[in-house]
Every structure is written in C-alpha cells, then in structure tokens.
Design a protein around this ligand. Structure first.
Ligand code: TXA
Ligand code: MG
Length: 312
C-alpha cells in the first residue's frame, strides 16, 4: 500500500517500525526496504522478503552523524566526509563500536558497519519521528534492479506499507567508502563521484582482487575461532551445539537457533549465538541440520562459509 507522507502517516510508520514491521522508505538514491536496525527479527524479515540467498550486510540509515555516535568508531577521514557529503548519497564503512546496539545480522556478523544519512526530507522526517536507526537495502527482490519510484516497490512487495516520496532524485545507489583499513577503499561507485571524495581525503584504492573473488571469505568477515561441523544430529563430547528445532540436548553448551524450527527466528539469532558459543572451553561448534527453504538457504550459505577452511 502506498501512502502519502502526512504527519499522521509519518507517526503511523514510525510506530510500525518500532513494532518490528518493514516499510518502503523513499531516499534520494533509491527506495529502501527499511526496518529497525536494532531488532534482529525485523532485520531477518528484510532478508526473507528480498529472497536473498545469502546475508549481505545492510546499510544503516540515521538522521544525522550524531545518531551514529555510539554505533561506530569515528576517525578524521570519516568526519571530513560526513561533513562534506551528509546528508547525501555516501555510505561510510567504519568499525562497529563495542557497545553498538545494532543487530549483528544487519552487518552479517561483520565487525564493521555501513552508515549513511540520506538526503531526502521524508526519509529524514521518518528517522526523526522514529528516533532510531534503520537498516535498509534497496527495496527490490534479489537480482532485480533498484526501485526509484513507489510503483516499482509495490510491484515486488504488494503488501508493504510504502511512503510516497516522489521519483528518487539521484536514482543510483550511494557510493560506499571503506575507512576501516590503512587506506580508504572505494567499495561501490555511486551517487557521489570518486573525484569529489578524493578532493577531500586523497586517493581511494580499489578493493583487492582476493576480496572480490570470495567476499564471504574475507578475513574481515566474522568467522568463529572454533571450527564448525555442519548437519550434526549428535554433537560429540566437548563440542558446543547450535540446535535448530526440538532437540534432546540441553545445558550450557547448547543454544537453539529456533525451538520452533522457524528460519526467520534462526537467522535473527545466528550471529549472536555463534559468538556466544565461540569459547575456548569448547573443542568446536556442531550445528544441527537446517532445511534450505526460505531463509534456510542464506543460513546454510553463511554456515558453509564459516565452516570452510580458513586462509592463513
Ligand atoms: O543508496 C543506497 O545505498 C541504498 C539506499 C536504500 O540507501 N541502499 C542500498 O543497499 O543500496 P544494498 O543493501 O542494496 O547495498 C548495500 C551494500 C552491499 O553491497 C554491501 O555489500 C555493502 O553495502 N555493505 C554493507 N555493510 C557493509 C560492511 N560492513 N562492509 C562492507 N560492505 C558493506
Ligand atoms: Mg541492492
């Protein structure tokens, strides 16, 4: 359903977000499929709705740089870029603040976060009314082009509450700059030109070939330090067990992704439970079989990456 951004609707939408619902959010780049970035289940719903076969990290949207104060670690280059281009079509990848309240699923378990302040009056009003942070990928089904009008969003998501924000003025996704390493990297060209960014912080490097070849295997990706064994019905002695659905195992070494066997709940719990079980007192982590239907495909994709032999 497409609704106009009346004051009443903005309050309705911000209430719905607080309840864990998804909305179609206008931004200047493309429309986003937005959810409260602190609620794991709402974020899991985004992946489910987009039918993404893997958990890509999402961009977190806030109404101002201050909104990210306790979520990411700021540095000089990030400050300069935020001052120059926010609000606007630039996303900064920064280290996650140790006390960040954001869903680990939103960043696909990474220790970094992608953040941006969109330059769209309605997006900003919603972010202000909601007074929180929104995880939002482009509002299209996986594999389709990004939507620049409400009717594009409605085609893919007929049941979604979509806020009319007119035609996206930039019409191209935000530029993504990674500032977590020794030199800034241009991860994705977009609405702010490379030259404009380089005029502020100097040369941008391209991500190296190895990170493109196997994005899920990048050392920056969180993988538990313990080894993972998948499709395990009976964990060995000394192993931690990540269960899915009803299980006879219990105790401090067992966590259940979802008692009900619900893949959305499992996705919401995956990264935090992997971290909780990643203790040196265990010999490894055994993971129960997870059916590949719905979000199960993305769950299994991520688990296979985490279980793969590590690059030295
Ligand atoms: O213009 C945009 O950026 C739009 C609007 C809605 O804001 N959003 C968008 O989101 O394009 P999405 O999910 O389609 O693209 C997000 C990109 C992905 O390519 C992902 O790999 C990258 O951001 N990304 C997110 N978090 C990251 C992180 N921590 N490290 C590296 N890349 C990250
Ligand atoms: Mg996209």
């Amino acid at each position: 359903m497409i609704v106009f951004p009346t004051l009443e609707n903005i309050h309705r939408v911000s209430h719905a977000l607080g309840q864990g619902e998804l909305i179609g959010l206008p931004t200047e780049t493309v429309y986003g499929l937005a959810a409260d970035a602190t609620q794991d289940e709402a974020v899991a719903h985004i992946f489910e709705k987009k039918k993404r076969p893997s958990f890509n990290p999402l961009i977190i949207h806030g109404h101002s740089q201050e909104a990210f104060q306790n979520q990411v670690l700021w540095n000089d280059k990030a400050d300069l870029l935020a001052q120059a281009f926010w609000p606007g079509p630039l996303t900064l990848v920064l280290q996650r603040h140790p006390s960040s309240s954001l869903s680990l699923l939103a960043s696909a378990g990474l220790s970094s976060l992608a953040v941006r302040v969109p330059n769209h009056p309605i997006a900003l009003s919603i972010l202000q009314a909601f007074d929180g942070l929104l995880a939002a990928p482009s509002a299209n089904l996986s594999g389709k082009v990004s939507p620049t009008q409400t009717n594009h969003v409605e085609e893919d998501f007929p049941d979604l509450l979509i806020i009319e924000g007119g035609e996206a003025s930039v019409g191209l996704e935000s530029t993504i700059v990674d500032l977590t390493g020794p030199s800034p990297l241009l991860l994705r060209p977009g609405g702010v030109s490379r030259e404009d960014i380089e005029s502020i912080i100097g040369p941008l490097e391209n991500p190296n070939a190895s990170s493109i070849k196997a994005p899920g295997m990048m050392t920056s990706h969180y993988a538990p330090s313990l080894s993972l064994r998948l499709n395990v019905e009976e964990p060995l002695k000394g192993e931690a067990y990540l269960a899915f659905g009803p299980t006879p195992y219990e105790g401090p070494h067992v966590l259940n992704l979802s008692q009900q066997g619900d893949p959305r709940e499992a996705a919401a719990n995956l990264f935090k439970m992997l971290r909780l079980l990643d203790l040196s007192s265990f010999q490894g982590i055994a993971v129960a079989p997870i059916p590949s239907a719905g979000l199960g495909l993305a769950l299994n994709d991520r688990l296979h990456r985490a279980a793969a032999p590590r690059a030295p």
